[in-house]
Design a protein around this ligand. Structure first.
Ligand code: CMP
Length: 140
């Protein structure tokens, strides 16, 4: 079944000029891009997006990082999109990500890991809606 998911190219990957390579990889893996924009989160928005991590030791640092520069969220669609994208993205810690994954190629460590990908269809629906109004999503 076609399934939507959200990918965010994070500030590290944008500033290191990797967004084009990442777009190329997701398109080559059969994802359709339903929506895409460049934006910068303020602290309140980043806190809302990552509310599930509130209280964790890395939370404040995560907000510092995610608000440090522009990001590129993308609403994607593909068969088994959520689980497939997580395979393409690789493990959270870039140093442990399998060869050929986005994080192995473009990430640095557990925080500066180049991209975010939704972890379940339920969260994907919420995360797509966080960044894209209905009239900002196409063909999906
Ligand atoms: P992401 O997939 O966007 O989900 C939460 C983010 O928090 C994660 O990628 C990392 O950027 C960051 N993160 C997760 N675990 C850690 C950790 N142990 N230390 C620092 N940052 C982390």
């Amino acid at each position: 079944m076609e399934e939507r998911t959200l990918l965010i190219v994070k500030p590290d990957a944008v500033s290191q000029h990797h967004m084009g390579s990442i777009i190329t990889m997701v398109e080559a893996e059969g994802f359709r891009i339903l929506g895409m924009k460049m934006t910068q989160l303020d602290r309140e928005q980043a806190g809302a997006f990552y509310a599930v991590h509130q209280g964790k030791p890395f939370y404040e640092e995560l907000l510092d990082f995610m608000t440090s520069g522009p990001i590129v969220p993308m609403a994607l669609s593909r068969k088994e999109g959520v689980s497939y994208l997580r395979q393409v993205v690789g493990a959270t810690n870039s140093r442990e990500a399998a060869e050929g994954t986005i994080r192995a190629q473009f990430g640095t460590d557990v925080q500066q890991n180049a991209v975010h990908a939704s972890d379940s269809p339920e969260n994907a629906a919420k995360e797509v809606a966080f960044f894209f109004a209905e009239d900002e999503r196409f063909g999906g």
